[in-house]
Design a protein around this ligand. Sequence first.
Ligand SMILES: Nc1ncnc2c1ncn2[C@@H]1O[C@H](COP(=O)(O)OP(=O)(O)OP(=O)(O)O)[C@@H](O)[C@H]1O
Length: 690
Amino acid sequence: LPGRGSGRSGSPEPRQRADGAQSGALKRKLQSPHGNPPVKRKRELSTNTFRKGSTEPDRREEGSSSQKPVPKKRLSDKQNESQKNKHFIKTSSLFKNNPDIPEIHRYFMQQVQENVFTTDSFSQLDLHPHLISTINTVLNICSMTSVQKQTIPVLLQGRDALVRSQTGSGKTLAYGIPLVQSLQGMESKIQVGPTALNIFLALQSFDTIQKLLKPFTWIVPGVLMGGEKRKSEKARLRKGINILISTPGRLVDHIKSTECIHFHRTQWLIIDEADRILDLGFEKDVAVILNALNAERETRQNVLLSATLTEGVTRLADISLNDPVSISIADEIQKVPEAASQTDREASSSSNCMEQENFAVPETLQQYVMVVPSKLRLVTLAAFILQKCKFEKRHKMIIFFSSCEQVEFYHELLVKVLAGGSESEQAGHSSLSSGSLRFLRLHGDMEQEERTEVFQEFLKSKTGILLCTYNAPASPAEYIHRIGRTARIGCRGSSLLVLAPSEAGYVSLLASHKINVSELKMEKVLASLMKDDRFKLHRPGSKKSCGKNPQEVRERATVLQTKFENLVHSSEGNVRWAKKALQSFLCAYTTYPRDLKHIFHIKSLHLGHVAKSFGLRDAPQNLTALPTAGSKRKTKPRPKRSELLKKTQGKQRLAELLRSEYSSGMDTAGAKVKKKKRKQRKAGNQQIPT
Ligand SMILES: Nc1ncnc2c1ncn2[C@@H]1O[C@H](COP(=O)(O)OP(=O)(O)OP(=O)(O)O)[C@@H](O)[C@H]1O
C-alpha cells in the first residue's frame, strides 16, 4: 500500500463534533489533486436509510432490534426540525463529506517486459557435478532463467558484472552458482576472514546459498543482521566464515567494533538489491564497507545486482566495479521514444522527474489501483481482505504499512474484528480451515528469531495475510520492489495500490515510467460485505437483503466501521495506541521526497478523516505530546516519538526509524563509535569514496 493516509468513517459519533473538534492548526483542508479547493461530491451518497432508522447505527448493529424503543415525545415543528438534525448528525458520516474521487486516466502503453525463463539447462555449464545435482534435486530447478543464463558464464570467467533484472527473476542463483563453483575449488579450507562478502537486505538469499552449499560442507556461510546478539556474531566471526552475508548496517557496526573481522582474503563482493540499499539510505554504509575492503586487499571480483537501474545504482557501480560487463535482461532504459504516442507523452510529461526510467514488471503480475477517501480506507481494506481471503479463499496477501506501530495496531484490529478472536485463539489454527483468516505480522521491532519464524511460516503457508513494514514507497523503483513480492519466477500475482483522492496523481507518475495500473472501484470492493452477515444492519421490520443494493452496502460498511471504532474506544489504552499509530503514519507521510510533495503532502490530508482510518472518532489534538505507552507488544526502547513531529528533527529521525528494519540493531553502540570515527576522519584517517 504505497499510499498511506486513509481513513474511514462511519463513526456513530456526531459528524459535526468530529470536525468541530479539530483545532485550527491541525485541521487540514481537502484539496483536489490539482491543488484547487475541494469540490463537494456531486452525487452525495445518501444516508436516508440511517435517518429513517430510529436508533444510532452502532446500537443497532449490536443487535439492538430487541432494544425497547424510546418513547417519543410530542415535539413542536422547531423541535422536530432539531430532532431531525440530531438524527442526521447521529447517523454515520462514513459516506458524507468525502472529496471527489478523481477519474483515473487509463494509459495504454507497452510495459517493459522480460522473458523470465530459457530452455537451457544448468548441465551445459562447466560446473562441479555435485553443484548441478544440488540445483536439480535440492532446489528442484532444471532450466536457467534469462538472468542466470547471461550472468553465470560472465562470473565464471572472473569478470565483474552489473546485473539488472526484474524482481523475482532468479538473481540470487545468478551469482550464487558461480560463487559456490569458485569456492568449492579452494585449496585452503581453513582461513581467517571471509572469502566472499554478500551485502543484502532479505534473508531469503541466505537460504538459497545454504541450499547450494549442501554437498560442500567445508564452505561455511554466516549471516549478520539486526536482531541477533553482537557477542554471538563475534564468536561466529572468530570461528571463521567463508561466505559472509550481511545487511549493510550490521556489517558497518562490526567493522567499527569487532577486531576479528578481516578482509584480506575476500575475493568476492556481491551487492544484492543495490537499488533498495540506496533507497533505504545505506549509501554511506556501503562506502565504509568498500573502504574497509580496499584497505586490506586490492583485487576482487565484484557483482552488483538490482531490479532497477537508478542514478544511484550507476554511481555505486562506478565506485565498486572494475571494468564490469553490463547485463540487462530487457533493454529497459528506454528513454521515452521520439515517436511516442500522445498518451505516452502525456504520461511522461505529467511527472517532473529529471530522468524517466522504464521498469520491467513480471508479465504475470496484474497491477491495480483503488482510490479511496481517507474515511473509507479501513473498511475498504477490510472488505478487500474478506473478499480475497475469505470468500475467494486460497489467497495469500501482503499488506504494507509505513511504520511498525501501524502494523501492530492494524494487526490487532483486523484479528479482533475480521477474524473474530485474539491472537492466541488464532494461534491454535496454524493450518487454515476454510473461511478462517490468519493474520501475521512482520516488522523491525520484533526480535530476529520471531521475524524469521513468521517469515518461514508465511513462506510455507498456502494462505494468510501478512502485515508488514516497508520504507516509504517514495520512488517508482520502490513501488516495483513492493509489487515484486508477488508474481515471482513466472507465477501469477496481483498488486493493489490504495491511494487517497489527493494522491491520484501518483498513477500518472507510474505511467511516466511505463507502469500500467488498472483501476479497481471502491464500491465493488465494499460490495463484498454483502456476503458477510456479521455486518448486516439489524433493523426492526427490515426486508431481506436484496443482492448488492448500494444503500445496504453502505450500511454494512458503517456497521463494520462502528465495530472498529467501538473496539478502539473500548479502553483508554486502545485509544492511545490508535493515536500512536496515527502519529507514526503522519510522520512517515512527511518523509516523501520533495519531488513527490505535490502528490503526497501532509497538508492535503484531512486529519479528522485520516483519524477515522485508525478507528478514532475525532481528530486527536495533542499528537505531539502523545505518551509512548500503549503498545501491547514488548518493543525495544526507542527515542520519544513525540519528538518526531517537531519540525526540525522529525523528518530525519523518522527516516532513521524507517531504516531500522534493515539496520544493525546496535544503534547506540554504533552511534558512539560513529562519533569517535568522525573525529578520526576529521583528523584525516579515513576517506569515503566519492
Ligand atoms: N532457474 C530457476 N527455475 C525455477 N525457479 C527458480 C530459478 N532460479 C530461481 N528460482 C526461484 O525463483 C525465486 C526468486 O528468486 P530470487 O529471489 O533469486 O529472485 P530475485 O531476482 O533476486 O528477486 P528480488 O530482486 O525481487 O529479490 C526463488 O524462489 C528461487 O528459488
